[in-house]
Design a protein around this ligand. Structure first.
Ligand SMILES: [Zn+2]
Length: 68
């Protein structure tokens, strides 16, 4: 999964974070990628934090979609 931005021809940084589904609590294997210039910036940290707080696993996301 890609977060933030990756500029054209920019190197990608791959990193792993542990993300829990906010509904069922399952741990989602978080192989993430972002652009080298974005990695570890304040924006990057905010975005990662938001992702952590809002993340739903595929199953819960599907359930939510059906309910709507
Ligand atoms: Zn879930």
């Amino acid at each position: 999964m890609i977060i933030g931005r990756i500029l054209e021809n920019e190197k990608r940084v791959k990193f792993n974070v542990e993300i829990h589904c906010n509904n069922c609590g399952v741990i989602v294997p978080g192989g993430l990628q972002t652009g080298e210039s974005y990695f570890q910036t304040d924006d990057f940290k905010n975005e990662l934090e938001k992702l952590r707080q809002n993340y739903l696993c595929g199953i819960c996301r599907d359930k939510k979609r059906i309910k709507k």
